[in-house]
Design a protein around this ligand. Sequence first.
Ligand code: SAH
Length: 507
Amino acid sequence: MVKLQLVDRGIASAAVLAAMNKVQRHLFVEETMRFRSYEDTPLFIGYGQTISQPYIVARMSELLEASPGMRVLEIGTGSGYQAAILREMGLKVYSVERVPELYRISGKLLHDLGYSDIRLKLDDGTMGWPEHAPFDRIIVTAASPVLPEPLMRQLADRGSMVIPVGGDERRQRMMVVRKEKNRIIQMDKGEVAFVKLVGAYGYSDAAVPAAGSGSSGAALPAERGAGSVQLPLAVHARNAKLAAALKRIRHKIFVLSGKGGVGKSSITVNLAVALAELGFKTGILDVDLHGPSVPRMLGLGAQKAAVRDGLLLPAVFSENLKVLSMDVLLDDHNKAVIWRGPKKADAVQRFLAEADWGDLDFLFIDSPPGTGDEHLTVLRLIQDALCLLVTTPQEIALADVRKAINFLRLTKAEILGVVENMGAFSCPHCGGKIALFPPDGAFKLAREYKLAFLGTIPLDPEVTACADKGIPAVLMPEASQAKTALFALAESVKNAGSAFSAGRRFE
Ligand code: SAH
């Protein structure tokens, strides 16, 4: 069917027609849109982005005039459909996408379909991919205001680039740009309508939602003249529920660490308990579905989750502290949870929207180490999450925090500040300072990235011993260096949180 349309409209390349025939377009569009997969229209793929109509994909592929074995760079992976077509044409494909969710989803899909040799990157594609340059061909699948200079530079001699450029808001010119010796030859191939290329050499992103910004993470496509796309009602209802639940939570604090083993959960638990002790309504949501440790640290092992009026009831630690975690939902505590991406996202959404959190001053969200699925999901669902980064002073931990900061900046998340764990402590006998790692690393890192440094928690064997017993260190009757530092940290977090909400407009 598609083939007939394409031939009718003048696509003649056998390689392109064969590739278009081979790749099943319906696999690349949202489930709700599948019935329209083979129509000659652009389709919604989420995050305000669309997959081009088959004719445009075929036309751009043809304009590349590529032969098998050539290296091609695509900017705007989107659904991964165009990348798959290029691969089926026998090309070596590199593709860059700037929206984290699209990068993740298309990466998984392409992998599942056997296109593991397509190289993908999450980044601003207007900067190209210098490590793999030069490219024989470049294809840009979003509209650019100019010819991005880095892309021109990364084009091989006698290479060419296909790119929609300029024009007004809605319409651009499809250009084929050829580089020959040091000359640039531009050919105008007619009018097209694309979503915007956003980046350093593209448009500014003010109007374009990416994961972690924008209104619901499921915005409508930019004007394409294709009519607006309706989201199914169930999705609206769920989003409304989530919005209502989140509105009742003043500060959502997302605790992350680049690396495992830095004591992230211990910091989360102690901060939450300290704030609860100070009289604030507090909650902890443990989204680490693979190794939830929060309930164990709080000695909540025996409490089972209940459901009342369709709401999950969090476990109650004290009058001011509620806790919800996968662990609470599991009967067999040793059962490892192996859930797949979409299901996980679903669980996180339910934990937020369908749990009886009530009114909270602080909700701490504890995440697995690193920057993966869970993190993107939380940032997408909680648009005003404040991220708290936990690190130890070692260089390897700091290096991973740098990665996490870059990841958060890319997703436009707000960063509350950096906390150092396992810092220097005073010897209980002689009072001398003992530092296991070179000092000041976390402080300097915070300064380097212009982030708030919220405090350091000394390495105190008491803290670990407490956690194993299910008693948070802040609740130990005796004074300790760690306890003092944790309460001071709770103060800083409280103040930083208030400073953020003062600078932010809540409706
Ligand atoms: N080629 C895609 C569809 C393109 S839609 C497909 O086959 O499905 C345009 C895509 O370009 C969107 O996914 C958008 O997020 C992405 N994009 C926009 N600006 C970008 C940039 N600077 N770098 C990388 N991707 C970008």
